[in-house]
Write a protein that binds this ligand. Structure first.
Ligand code: PLP
Length: 395
Protein backbone atom coordinates (compact mmCIF):
# COMPACT_ATOMS: atom_id res chain seq x y z
CA UNK A 1 0.00 0.00 0.00
CA UNK A 2 1.32 3.40 -0.94
CA UNK A 3 0.87 6.21 1.53
CA UNK A 4 -1.89 8.69 0.66
CA UNK A 5 -0.46 12.19 0.52
CA UNK A 6 -2.55 15.34 0.89
CA UNK A 7 -4.06 16.71 -2.29
CA UNK A 8 -3.79 20.38 -3.11
CA UNK A 9 -7.41 21.37 -2.65
CA UNK A 10 -9.05 24.41 -4.12
CA UNK A 11 -11.03 25.32 -1.02
CA UNK A 12 -12.12 28.96 -1.26
CA UNK A 13 -9.75 31.41 0.40
CA UNK A 14 -9.76 35.17 0.45
CA UNK A 15 -6.36 36.36 1.70
CA UNK A 16 -6.83 39.56 3.70
CA UNK A 17 -3.88 39.14 6.06
CA UNK A 18 -0.40 40.69 6.20
CA UNK A 19 0.76 38.68 3.17
CA UNK A 20 0.66 36.65 1.06
CA UNK A 21 -2.37 38.37 -0.46
CA UNK A 22 -4.56 37.66 -3.47
CA UNK A 23 -2.71 37.00 -6.73
CA UNK A 24 -4.25 37.66 -10.13
CA UNK A 25 -4.82 34.58 -12.35
CA UNK A 26 -2.85 36.54 -14.95
CA UNK A 27 0.25 36.32 -12.74
CA UNK A 28 -0.28 32.63 -11.93
CA UNK A 29 -0.72 31.87 -15.59
CA UNK A 30 2.52 33.70 -16.50
CA UNK A 31 4.31 31.58 -13.90
CA UNK A 32 3.21 28.36 -15.53
CA UNK A 33 4.81 29.32 -18.87
CA UNK A 34 7.47 26.80 -20.05
CA UNK A 35 10.96 27.59 -18.85
CA UNK A 36 13.71 29.36 -20.72
CA UNK A 37 17.21 28.62 -19.48
CA UNK A 38 18.57 31.24 -17.11
CA UNK A 39 21.18 32.25 -19.71
CA UNK A 40 18.77 32.26 -22.68
CA UNK A 41 18.48 35.65 -24.44
CA UNK A 42 14.70 35.25 -24.31
CA UNK A 43 14.86 35.03 -20.53
CA UNK A 44 17.12 38.08 -20.34
CA UNK A 45 14.50 40.09 -22.21
CA UNK A 46 11.95 39.24 -19.49
CA UNK A 47 14.55 39.86 -16.76
CA UNK A 48 15.48 43.26 -18.22
CA UNK A 49 11.85 44.30 -18.41
CA UNK A 50 11.32 43.28 -14.81
CA UNK A 51 14.23 45.54 -13.79
CA UNK A 52 12.86 48.41 -15.88
CA UNK A 53 9.39 48.01 -14.35
CA UNK A 54 10.90 47.82 -10.86
CA UNK A 55 12.53 51.21 -11.50
CA UNK A 56 9.06 52.50 -12.36
CA UNK A 57 7.45 51.26 -9.11
CA UNK A 58 10.42 52.34 -6.98
CA UNK A 59 10.32 55.74 -8.79
CA UNK A 60 14.06 55.60 -9.36
CA UNK A 61 16.73 55.78 -12.05
CA UNK A 62 19.07 53.50 -10.07
CA UNK A 63 20.89 51.09 -12.41
CA UNK A 64 21.31 48.55 -9.60
CA UNK A 65 17.61 47.66 -9.24
CA UNK A 66 16.82 43.95 -9.37
CA UNK A 67 14.85 41.14 -7.73
CA UNK A 68 16.96 39.10 -5.29
CA UNK A 69 16.20 35.38 -4.97
CA UNK A 70 14.30 34.78 -1.74
CA UNK A 71 11.50 36.50 0.19
CA UNK A 72 11.57 40.00 1.67
CA UNK A 73 13.99 38.94 4.40
CA UNK A 74 16.53 38.06 1.69
CA UNK A 75 16.34 41.68 0.55
CA UNK A 76 16.94 42.82 4.13
CA UNK A 77 20.01 40.59 4.40
CA UNK A 78 21.29 41.71 0.99
CA UNK A 79 21.14 45.38 1.92
CA UNK A 80 22.65 44.94 5.38
CA UNK A 81 25.37 42.42 4.53
CA UNK A 82 26.60 44.45 1.55
CA UNK A 83 26.59 47.86 3.26
CA UNK A 84 27.88 46.84 6.70
CA UNK A 85 31.45 45.88 7.55
CA UNK A 86 32.37 44.56 10.99
CA UNK A 87 32.75 47.43 13.46
CA UNK A 88 30.61 49.93 11.50
CA UNK A 89 28.31 52.11 13.59
CA UNK A 90 24.68 52.18 12.47
CA UNK A 91 21.39 53.63 13.71
CA UNK A 92 18.42 51.28 13.54
CA UNK A 93 14.93 52.65 14.11
CA UNK A 94 12.65 50.20 15.90
CA UNK A 95 8.90 50.55 16.47
CA UNK A 96 7.80 46.99 15.75
CA UNK A 97 8.82 43.46 14.86
CA UNK A 98 10.34 44.30 11.47
CA UNK A 99 12.52 47.04 12.94
CA UNK A 100 13.69 44.48 15.51
CA UNK A 101 14.64 42.14 12.67
CA UNK A 102 16.70 44.86 11.02
CA UNK A 103 18.50 45.44 14.29
CA UNK A 104 19.14 41.73 14.72
CA UNK A 105 20.52 41.44 11.17
CA UNK A 106 22.79 44.50 11.58
CA UNK A 107 24.23 43.01 14.78
CA UNK A 108 24.85 39.64 13.13
CA UNK A 109 26.86 41.31 10.37
CA UNK A 110 29.12 42.91 12.98
CA UNK A 111 27.66 46.42 13.26
CA UNK A 112 27.71 48.43 16.47
CA UNK A 113 24.03 49.27 16.74
CA UNK A 114 22.50 52.44 18.15
CA UNK A 115 18.72 52.01 18.55
CA UNK A 116 16.11 54.73 18.17
CA UNK A 117 12.76 53.48 19.38
CA UNK A 118 9.08 54.35 19.48
CA UNK A 119 6.21 52.54 21.21
CA UNK A 120 4.30 49.94 19.22
CA UNK A 121 1.60 51.71 17.19
CA UNK A 122 3.62 54.92 16.89
CA UNK A 123 6.07 56.27 14.32
CA UNK A 124 9.72 57.19 14.96
CA UNK A 125 10.25 60.83 15.91
CA UNK A 126 12.90 62.38 13.58
CA UNK A 127 14.25 64.48 16.47
CA UNK A 128 15.26 61.28 18.26
CA UNK A 129 17.27 60.29 15.19
CA UNK A 130 19.00 63.67 15.32
CA UNK A 131 19.81 63.15 19.02
CA UNK A 132 21.34 59.75 18.21
CA UNK A 133 23.58 61.38 15.58
CA UNK A 134 24.66 64.02 18.11
CA UNK A 135 25.47 61.38 20.71
CA UNK A 136 27.43 59.06 18.38
CA UNK A 137 30.11 60.00 15.86
CA UNK A 138 30.83 58.31 12.51
CA UNK A 139 27.45 56.69 11.90
CA UNK A 140 27.58 54.87 8.55
CA UNK A 141 23.88 54.32 7.95
CA UNK A 142 20.36 54.75 9.31
CA UNK A 143 17.84 51.99 8.62
CA UNK A 144 14.09 52.26 9.10
CA UNK A 145 10.88 50.43 8.16
CA UNK A 146 8.52 52.45 5.94
CA UNK A 147 5.47 50.25 6.53
CA UNK A 148 5.66 48.47 9.91
CA UNK A 149 3.48 45.44 9.17
CA UNK A 150 3.38 44.38 12.83
CA UNK A 151 1.58 47.56 13.95
CA UNK A 152 0.11 49.20 10.83
CA UNK A 153 2.28 52.33 11.12
CA UNK A 154 3.26 54.32 8.04
CA UNK A 155 6.55 56.02 8.82
CA UNK A 156 7.16 59.48 7.32
CA UNK A 157 10.63 59.29 5.72
CA UNK A 158 11.64 62.64 4.26
CA UNK A 159 12.69 64.40 7.46
CA UNK A 160 14.82 61.45 8.63
CA UNK A 161 16.41 61.26 5.19
CA UNK A 162 17.44 64.94 5.49
CA UNK A 163 18.97 64.35 8.90
CA UNK A 164 20.93 61.33 7.61
CA UNK A 165 22.31 63.55 4.84
CA UNK A 166 23.36 66.28 7.26
CA UNK A 167 25.54 63.68 8.96
CA UNK A 168 26.69 62.08 5.70
CA UNK A 169 25.14 58.69 6.53
CA UNK A 170 23.38 56.32 4.13
CA UNK A 171 19.58 56.12 4.39
CA UNK A 172 18.22 52.56 4.15
CA UNK A 173 14.50 51.68 3.96
CA UNK A 174 12.42 48.50 4.35
CA UNK A 175 9.54 48.95 1.90
CA UNK A 176 8.19 45.40 2.00
CA UNK A 177 4.58 46.42 2.74
CA UNK A 178 4.60 49.78 0.98
CA UNK A 179 6.07 49.24 -2.52
CA UNK A 180 3.21 49.36 -5.02
CA UNK A 181 0.58 50.31 -2.41
CA UNK A 182 1.77 53.54 -0.81
CA UNK A 183 3.70 56.53 -2.19
CA UNK A 184 7.43 55.78 -2.09
CA UNK A 185 9.90 57.96 -4.00
CA UNK A 186 13.38 56.49 -3.85
CA UNK A 187 15.19 59.28 -5.73
CA UNK A 188 13.18 62.28 -4.58
CA UNK A 189 13.28 61.22 -0.92
CA UNK A 190 17.02 60.54 -0.97
CA UNK A 191 16.82 56.82 -0.14
CA UNK A 192 20.22 55.21 -0.79
CA UNK A 193 19.16 51.56 -0.53
CA UNK A 194 15.78 49.90 -0.28
CA UNK A 195 14.29 46.39 -0.27
CA UNK A 196 10.79 45.00 -0.70
CA UNK A 197 8.95 41.70 -1.23
CA UNK A 198 6.65 40.28 -3.86
CA UNK A 199 3.76 38.86 -1.80
CA UNK A 200 2.54 42.11 -0.28
CA UNK A 201 1.32 45.13 -2.27
CA UNK A 202 2.83 43.80 -5.53
CA UNK A 203 0.37 40.87 -5.37
CA UNK A 204 2.70 38.12 -6.51
CA UNK A 205 3.50 34.84 -4.75
CA UNK A 206 6.38 34.99 -2.22
CA UNK A 207 9.85 34.24 -3.58
CA UNK A 208 11.62 37.37 -4.79
CA UNK A 209 12.82 40.50 -3.07
CA UNK A 210 13.17 43.65 -5.19
CA UNK A 211 16.11 45.83 -4.12
CA UNK A 212 17.49 49.14 -5.34
CA UNK A 213 20.82 50.91 -4.62
CA UNK A 214 21.91 54.37 -5.78
CA UNK A 215 25.44 55.27 -6.94
CA UNK A 216 26.49 56.35 -3.47
CA UNK A 217 25.52 52.96 -1.99
CA UNK A 218 27.16 51.12 -4.91
CA UNK A 219 30.36 53.08 -4.25
CA UNK A 220 30.29 52.13 -0.57
CA UNK A 221 29.96 48.47 -1.55
CA UNK A 222 32.76 48.79 -4.12
CA UNK A 223 35.09 50.38 -1.55
CA UNK A 224 34.69 47.68 1.11
CA UNK A 225 37.87 46.65 2.90
CA UNK A 226 36.47 43.21 3.73
CA UNK A 227 34.70 40.64 1.57
CA UNK A 228 30.90 40.52 1.86
CA UNK A 229 30.41 37.76 4.42
CA UNK A 230 27.55 36.11 2.48
CA UNK A 231 28.48 34.38 -0.78
CA UNK A 232 24.87 34.08 -2.00
CA UNK A 233 23.96 37.73 -1.41
CA UNK A 234 27.22 39.34 -2.56
CA UNK A 235 26.10 42.10 -4.95
CA UNK A 236 29.61 42.47 -6.40
CA UNK A 237 28.96 39.11 -8.08
CA UNK A 238 25.18 39.24 -8.50
CA UNK A 239 25.30 42.54 -10.40
CA UNK A 240 27.35 40.81 -13.10
CA UNK A 241 24.51 38.42 -13.81
CA UNK A 242 21.81 41.10 -13.91
CA UNK A 243 24.09 43.53 -15.79
CA UNK A 244 25.65 43.41 -19.28
CA UNK A 245 28.12 40.63 -18.43
CA UNK A 246 25.47 37.95 -17.85
CA UNK A 247 27.88 35.94 -15.73
CA UNK A 248 26.40 32.92 -14.04
CA UNK A 249 26.25 33.30 -10.25
CA UNK A 250 23.25 31.25 -9.15
CA UNK A 251 20.30 30.02 -11.22
CA UNK A 252 17.67 32.74 -11.40
CA UNK A 253 14.21 31.54 -10.21
CA UNK A 254 12.89 31.76 -13.79
CA UNK A 255 9.17 31.33 -13.19
CA UNK A 256 9.14 33.72 -10.25
CA UNK A 257 10.63 36.35 -12.56
CA UNK A 258 7.83 35.67 -15.09
CA UNK A 259 5.31 36.19 -12.29
CA UNK A 260 6.95 39.34 -10.99
CA UNK A 261 7.13 40.91 -14.44
CA UNK A 262 3.43 40.22 -14.96
CA UNK A 263 2.51 41.67 -11.55
CA UNK A 264 4.64 44.75 -12.29
CA UNK A 265 2.97 45.14 -15.69
CA UNK A 266 -0.36 45.22 -13.88
CA UNK A 267 0.95 48.01 -11.62
CA UNK A 268 2.20 49.89 -14.69
CA UNK A 269 -1.12 49.51 -16.52
CA UNK A 270 -3.08 50.75 -13.51
CA UNK A 271 -0.61 53.60 -12.88
CA UNK A 272 0.94 54.44 -9.52
CA UNK A 273 -1.33 57.41 -8.75
CA UNK A 274 -4.52 55.45 -9.39
CA UNK A 275 -3.15 52.47 -7.48
CA UNK A 276 -2.28 54.49 -4.38
CA UNK A 277 -5.70 56.19 -4.49
CA UNK A 278 -7.41 52.77 -4.69
CA UNK A 279 -5.51 51.53 -1.64
CA UNK A 280 -6.37 54.68 0.32
CA UNK A 281 -10.07 54.56 -0.60
CA UNK A 282 -10.52 50.91 0.38
CA UNK A 283 -8.67 51.47 3.64
CA UNK A 284 -10.75 54.59 4.43
CA UNK A 285 -13.96 52.63 3.80
CA UNK A 286 -12.78 49.75 5.98
CA UNK A 287 -11.77 52.05 8.84
CA UNK A 288 -15.11 53.90 8.66
CA UNK A 289 -16.90 50.55 8.86
CA UNK A 290 -14.80 49.34 11.79
CA UNK A 291 -15.37 52.55 13.76
CA UNK A 292 -19.12 52.54 13.04
CA UNK A 293 -19.22 48.99 14.43
CA UNK A 294 -17.84 50.34 17.71
CA UNK A 295 -14.30 49.00 17.24
CA UNK A 296 -11.12 51.08 17.09
CA UNK A 297 -7.92 51.21 15.06
CA UNK A 298 -4.59 50.42 16.72
CA UNK A 299 -2.72 53.38 15.21
CA UNK A 300 -4.27 56.48 16.80
CA UNK A 301 -2.62 59.12 14.61
CA UNK A 302 -4.55 59.02 11.31
CA UNK A 303 -1.59 60.48 9.41
CA UNK A 304 0.48 57.46 10.39
CA UNK A 305 -2.02 54.76 9.38
CA UNK A 306 -1.02 52.43 6.58
CA UNK A 307 -3.66 51.81 3.93
CA UNK A 308 -2.07 48.47 3.07
CA UNK A 309 -2.09 47.04 6.59
CA UNK A 310 -5.00 47.95 8.84
CA UNK A 311 -4.55 47.01 12.50
CA UNK A 312 -7.78 46.76 14.52
CA UNK A 313 -7.87 46.54 18.33
CA UNK A 314 -9.47 43.32 19.56
CA UNK A 315 -12.23 44.33 22.01
CA UNK A 316 -12.04 43.09 25.62
CA UNK A 317 -13.72 39.74 26.12
CA UNK A 318 -13.43 38.74 22.45
CA UNK A 319 -11.36 35.63 21.71
CA UNK A 320 -8.83 36.33 18.95
CA UNK A 321 -8.29 32.73 17.86
CA UNK A 322 -12.03 31.91 17.76
CA UNK A 323 -12.82 34.95 15.62
CA UNK A 324 -10.09 34.12 13.12
CA UNK A 325 -11.07 30.47 12.88
CA UNK A 326 -14.74 31.51 12.45
CA UNK A 327 -13.75 33.74 9.54
CA UNK A 328 -11.67 30.98 7.98
CA UNK A 329 -14.16 28.12 8.35
CA UNK A 330 -17.42 29.99 7.73
CA UNK A 331 -16.22 32.48 5.12
CA UNK A 332 -12.87 31.23 3.83
CA UNK A 333 -11.38 34.58 4.86
CA UNK A 334 -7.89 34.83 6.32
CA UNK A 335 -6.86 37.85 8.38
CA UNK A 336 -3.70 38.17 10.50
CA UNK A 337 -3.36 37.96 14.27
CA UNK A 338 -1.17 40.27 16.32
CA UNK A 339 2.64 40.03 16.23
CA UNK A 340 5.04 40.71 19.08
CA UNK A 341 3.47 42.91 21.80
CA UNK A 342 0.19 42.93 19.84
CA UNK A 343 -0.34 39.17 20.03
CA UNK A 344 -3.96 38.61 21.05
CA UNK A 345 -4.54 42.39 21.05
CA UNK A 346 -4.89 43.31 17.38
CA UNK A 347 -6.06 41.90 14.08
CA UNK A 348 -4.05 42.76 11.00
CA UNK A 349 -6.11 43.25 7.88
CA UNK A 350 -4.17 43.45 4.64
CA UNK A 351 -5.88 45.45 1.91
CA UNK A 352 -3.12 45.41 -0.67
CA UNK A 353 -2.69 44.67 -4.33
CA UNK A 354 -5.47 42.41 -5.61
CA UNK A 355 -6.90 42.19 -2.07
CA UNK A 356 -7.63 45.92 -1.97
CA UNK A 357 -11.14 45.83 -3.43
CA UNK A 358 -14.54 47.19 -2.51
CA UNK A 359 -16.23 43.78 -2.48
CA UNK A 360 -13.56 42.43 -0.11
CA UNK A 361 -14.05 45.34 2.30
CA UNK A 362 -17.82 44.90 2.43
CA UNK A 363 -17.56 41.12 2.69
CA UNK A 364 -15.04 41.32 5.54
CA UNK A 365 -17.08 43.87 7.53
CA UNK A 366 -20.13 41.57 7.28
CA UNK A 367 -18.16 38.43 8.14
CA UNK A 368 -16.39 40.10 11.05
CA UNK A 369 -19.74 41.31 12.43
CA UNK A 370 -21.02 37.74 12.24
CA UNK A 371 -17.91 36.44 14.06
CA UNK A 372 -18.28 39.08 16.79
CA UNK A 373 -22.00 38.38 17.26
CA UNK A 374 -21.05 34.70 17.60
CA UNK A 375 -18.88 35.82 20.55
CA UNK A 376 -21.85 37.69 22.05
CA UNK A 377 -20.17 41.00 21.26
CA UNK A 378 -22.84 43.45 20.14
CA UNK A 379 -22.28 45.13 16.78
CA UNK A 380 -24.61 46.52 14.16
CA UNK A 381 -23.79 44.90 10.82
CA UNK A 382 -25.85 47.54 9.05
CA UNK A 383 -24.07 50.51 10.58
CA UNK A 384 -20.64 49.17 9.66
CA UNK A 385 -21.56 48.54 6.05
CA UNK A 386 -23.45 51.81 5.68
CA UNK A 387 -20.44 53.76 6.93
CA UNK A 388 -18.16 52.00 4.43
CA UNK A 389 -20.61 52.58 1.59
CA UNK A 390 -20.83 56.25 2.53
CA UNK A 391 -17.07 56.51 1.91
CA UNK A 392 -17.39 54.81 -1.47
CA UNK A 393 -20.30 56.97 -2.45
CA UNK A 394 -18.57 60.16 -1.31
CA UNK A 395 -21.16 60.99 1.33
C1 PLP B 1 6.83 40.64 5.44
C2 PLP B 1 7.85 41.64 5.85
C3 PLP B 1 9.22 41.34 5.87
C4 PLP B 1 9.76 39.98 5.60
O1 PLP B 1 9.41 39.48 4.39
P1 PLP B 1 9.36 37.89 4.12
O2 PLP B 1 8.85 37.86 2.72
O3 PLP B 1 8.41 37.31 5.11
O4 PLP B 1 10.73 37.36 4.25
C5 PLP B 1 10.11 42.35 6.19
N1 PLP B 1 9.68 43.58 6.51
C6 PLP B 1 8.37 43.91 6.53
C7 PLP B 1 7.96 45.30 6.88
C8 PLP B 1 7.42 42.94 6.20
O5 PLP B 1 6.12 43.26 6.22
Amino acid sequence: MKKQYAQLSSEYRLLLGPGPVEVSPRVLSAMSHPLYGHLDPNFFEIANESMELLRYVFQTKNALTLPMSGTGSAGMETVMVNLIEPGDKVIICVCGVFGERLRDAAGRFGAKVVSVEASMGEAIDPEKVREAFKAHKDIKLVAIVHAETSTGVKQPLEKISEIAKEYNALFVVDAVTSLGGVELKIDEWGIDACYSGTQKALSCPPGLSPVTFNDKAVEVIGNRKTKVSSWYFDLNMIKNYWGQERLYHHTAPINMVYGLREALLMVYEEGLTARFARHQLNSDAFVAGIEAMGLSMTVKNKEHRLPTLNAVNIPDGVNDALVRSFLLTKYGIEIGGGLGDFKGKAWRVGLMGESSKRNNVIQLLAALSDALLDQKFKVSVGQGIEAALAVYNGR
